[in-house]
Design a binder for this molecule. Structure first.
Ligand code: FES
Ligand code: FES
Length: 213
């Protein structure tokens, strides 16, 4: 006998706003965000949990929304790239990405920014290893990781400078510390993950691999 699955109501918050959708329990959070709520800043790359383009924060934890059934977010707090303006670290991170030319097509950028903010929420002054681990689940096909890592480092420095100066921000002007990055020889090439290891919930495997189609 054919089993039928009914649509269900799911209530949660997106960037602080209460929302309720009525949909299939296994509908992907990514699709609900983009198609129903029109939050199209969240991108789809691989659709398989490999690339991190669809990254969002659920209750503060970075996840790949293409792997999250909507039923799992009932009652949760979801933050997308549209909601990053509420994060006091965002201006410094944004400025650093611009200054370091850390984006080209921009498909990966929302996920990179959210991964960076999640990292800085845990580690105000991340080590190189922590930067690499935090972005291990986010793939970039065109910019390469040298500039992105540089932007994360500069963004962290800008946040710290802003905090110690009472929010005065980070004065710009070129990249601090150059882009030398032993082992990050991925500039311009697609495919592999920037660093080994990602413990992202519902997310990318430890060593990346799949390139967004
Ligand atoms: S689209 Fe979700 S991880 Fe690639
Ligand atoms: S800027 Fe194009 S995929 Fe990263």
């Amino acid at each position: 006998m054919l089993e039928r699955v009914a649509k269900i109501p799911v209530a949660f918050t997106v960037n602080g706003d209460a929302v309720q959708v009525r949909t299939w329990p296994m509908m992907r959070l990514l699709d609900v965000l983009r198609e129903e709520l029109r939050d199209t800043g969240t991108k789809e790359g691989c659709g398989e949990g490999e690339c991190g383009a669809c990254s969002v924060l659920i209750d503060g934890k970075l996840v790949n929304s293409c792997l999250v059934p909507i039923a799992q977010v009932a009652g949760a707090d979801v933050r997308t790239i549209e909601g990053v303006f509420a994060d006091p670290r965002f201006p410094a991170v944004r400025d650093a990405f611009v200054r370091c030319n850390a984006a080209q097509c921009g498909i990966c950028t929302p996920g990179m920014i959210l991964a960076t903010l999640a990292l800085l929420a845990e580690h105000a002054r991340p080590t190189e290893a922590q930067v690499r681990e935090a972005l291990a689940g986010n793939l970039c096909r065109c910019t390469g990781y040298v500039r992105i890592f540089e932007a994360v480092r500069e963004g962290a420095a800008g946040c710290c400078a802003g905090a110690s100066a009472g929010g005065a921000g980070h004065s710009g002007g070129g990249s601090a510390g150059g882009s030398a990055h032993p082992g990050a020889s991925h500039d311009g090439a697609g495919g592999s993950s920037p660093a080994g290891g990602s413990d992202r919930t519902g997310g990318a495997p430890a060593s990346g691999g799949g390139a967004p189609a």
